[in-house]
Design a protein around this ligand. Structure first.
Ligand code: HEC
Ligand code: HEC
Ligand code: HEC
Ligand code: HEC
Ligand code: HEC
Length: 482
């Protein structure tokens, strides 16, 4: 009896103060957005396709915003009314009776209680859905359209295309989630005002340490052994001559003799190497500190280092982790030659077309003002070449020419984004040393200790070269691979 008495008292207060326009508007806003949201979730459940990112922004971020705003307006209106009445001294000593016996009042109360329960449910789902949506590749990659499209394009055909952007860029836990939402809001503003940098600068300065992201899936202690790499390339001659290189990469890791090889020497259970870069792109490494197997710290300095010890001490020192080598794990941008080799290997481009490698290299390196211009010109230039220089081949193998022209165009679209000022080599890959310094930022024979010990730079430090650019490597026959 007592409980229900208190309830009617509270109901009276609520009814009394909520009779104002602001609260009423809030009620309408909340109910309207709640119904739209609920209906949309039903549609989303039934739809076989993921929705368009702009629909996503509307339904997962903006509508819940209205819903929350409406909910907020209800108590706000009550508060205003209370304040106004109190100023005028018009707050009644006793609130008007709410007669629970009356069926109209009972119905009203029932609606209020029901609506509140439903609202709590919607509130939970809306926050959950909103967060889930902001974590999706669709939001990261498509909502900002041209800004992220280079990364999204490159990401789609990589080993990580089933790993979401946020699994590397944010990782688990609340701390980085909040940090990322703060910087994300800043980025959304930059995108709306078009003040973001083109290209987006790399390296990412405040990337979460790889220990907390990559190592959620890749356990560094697991790495061991060598990895054989067989790579076939095509020359820029009439016959697109194929040659093959065979490498045994010393990936290494933990062995019975201790840490060895590429993974083992740089990483351990703790950090092993810290370094100081002289430039913001981390291309010129001025100083490296290495913890050797006995736990001693060894300093390597670049021969051409011009910074004084004081200046060096002021620059940030970065612990080396996965990302210092794997800086392009998910969105690797290719260089023209390896990209073409890959397409010839997979027969998207036919080797039967004379000079196809050379001609494709030429059209890929042209500086087109937009992707649309490239789409128009690349196939046109290639087909014109075969029509005029090799009319017979063109007549016989028109389909191969067209397929090749299309594949070359796709390579361009996959890697060059004039609107973001991204071209060949804008984002170098640190694995290796062919198209950019990569490993040779440190292993270049110019980083020495005071007593003259050098960071290893011999060709067999990191790999054994079993064959280099050979037409028919014997080793592949011996291993019965070919
Ligand atoms: C496997 C992990 C991983 C995934 C998945 C991933 N990234 Fe990255 N991303 C990185 C790393 C590591 C860097 C930093 C490179 C550096 O600092 O040198 C980076 C850098 C970037 C940059 C800065 C510019 C650049 O290219 O260096 C952008 C933008 C970016 N990522 C967007 C995305 C988007 C969008 C997605 C999802 C479509 C995504 N990333 C998925 C690891 C990842
Ligand atoms: C959510 C799990 C997950 C996270 C986080 C993750 N990876 Fe991966 N990674 C994978 C999967 C799955 C594969 C694909 C394995 C396969 O194809 O056999 C892969 C493959 C790779 C490969 C082999 C790539 C190739 O092209 O063959 C490298 C290198 C790699 N990851 C590095 C990284 C680095 C560096 C990070 C952190 C920046 C990272 N991964 C974060 C799951 C993850
Ligand atoms: C010193 C540079 C360096 C560091 C640091 C490094 N890696 Fe690697 N990693 C390599 C190289 C080089 C390869 C071989 C690349 C290739 O296959 O062409 C490789 C290969 C891999 C592969 C593929 C292995 C396979 O058998 O195909 C994975 C996965 C990987 N690394 C993950 C990681 C993760 C996770 C970290 C951080 C804990 C890390 N790496 C740190 C250089 C490095
Ligand atoms: C930031 C500097 C830096 C970068 C970049 C770097 N390394 Fe190293 N690396 C070192 C240092 C320091 C050592 C240890 C030198 C010593 O033994 O005193 C080392 C050792 C090694 C060793 C062991 C050599 C030996 O004699 O046992 C291998 C193998 C290796 N690195 C491979 C690579 C590969 C492959 C890459 C590129 C993917 C790479 N490193 C990139 C700094 C670097
Ligand atoms: C610090 C480690 C390191 C040193 C030292 C090193 N390499 Fe490499 N090299 C690599 C890595 C890592 C790759 C694999 C890159 C990849 O997977 O694309 C590579 C790839 C190669 C390739 C094959 C690339 C391709 O796609 O054709 C050749 C050839 C090569 N190295 C030659 C050499 C020669 C010659 C030297 C000595 C002057 C040398 N390397 C020194 C780490 C090293």
């Amino acid at each position: 009896m007592k409980q229900s008495g208190r309830f009617t008292d509270l109901a009276r207060v609520v009814f009394f103060f909520s009779e104002n326009r602001i609260s009423l508007a809030g009620l309408v806003l909340t109910t309207a957005s709640a119904i739209t949201l609920a209906w949309f979730w039903v549609l989303e459940l039934m739809s076989p396709h993921p929705m368009h990112p702009y629909t996503g922004i509307l339904f997962f971020l903006i509508l819940p915003g209205f819903f929350f705003a409406g909910l907020g307006l209800i108590p706000l209106g009550m508060w205003f009314r209370r304040r106004k009445l109190r100023r005028k001294g018009e707050i009644p000593g006793e609130f008007p009776q709410v007669d629970l016996g009356s069926s109209a009042i009972r119905k009203g109360l029932f609606i209020v209680v029901g609506a509140t329960a439903l609202n709590i449910l919607i509130l939970g789902t809306a926050s959950f859905k909103g967060v889930e949506y902001m974590d999706s590749t669709q939001f990261c990659g498509q909502a900002c359209h041209s800004v992220m499209s280079p990364e999204l394009t490159a990401y789609k055909d990589g080993a990580h295309s089933r790993v979401t952007c946020t699994q590397c860029h944010i990782g688990p836990g609340a701390g980085w989630f909040v940090k990322s939402k703060i910087s994300g809001t800043r980025q959304l503003i930059a995108v709306s005002l078009k003040t973001y940098s083109r290209p987006i600068p790399s390296p990412v300065e405040h990337l979460r340490p790889a220990r907390e992201t990559c190592e959620q899936c890749h356990w560094p202690q697991k790495f061991h052994g060598d990895k054989m790499v067989v790579r076939t390339k095509y020359a820029e001659d009439e016959g697109n001559t194929a040659t093959t290189t065979v490498l045994l990469l010393k990936i290494g890791g933990r062995t019975w003799q201790g840490q060895a090889g590429i993974h083992g020497r740089h990483l351990d259970d703790g950090e092993r190497i810290t370094y100081v870069a002289a430039d913001s792109r981390r291309q010129t490494i001025a100083k490296i500190t290495y913890k050797d197997d006995k736990g001693q710290l060894v300093d390597y300095l670049a021969d051409d280092n011009k910074l004084t010890p004081d200046e060096l001490a002021k620059l940030p020192s970065r612990p080396m982790d996965c990302v210092d080598c794997h800086n392009r794990p998910a969105h690797t941008f290719e260089m023209p030659s390896p990209a073409l080799d890959k397409a010839i290997n997979s027969q998207h481009i036919s080797r039967e077309l004379p000079f196809i490698k050379k001609k494709a290299m030429e059209v890929l390196k042209v500086d087109y003002p937009t992707q649309e211009a490239a789409v128009a010109q690349i196939p046109a230039t290639l087909t014109t070449f075969y029509r005029t220089s090799y009319p017979e081949i063109y007549a016989q193998k028109k389909q191969l020419v067209e397929a090749a022209a299309n594949a070359v165009k796709e390579i361009y679209l996959r890697n060059v984004f004039p609107q973001m000022k991204i071209t060949w080599g804008t984002y170098p890959n640190h694995i290796g040393h062919q198209d950019s310094a990569g490993c040779f930022r440190c292993h270049d024979g110019t980083h020495n200790t005071k007593d003259g010990k050098m960071i290893a730079a011999d060709c067999d430090t990191c790999h054994t070269i079993l064959a280099q650019d050979e037409k028919d490597p014997k080793i592949l026959k011996d291993l019965q691979i070919k």
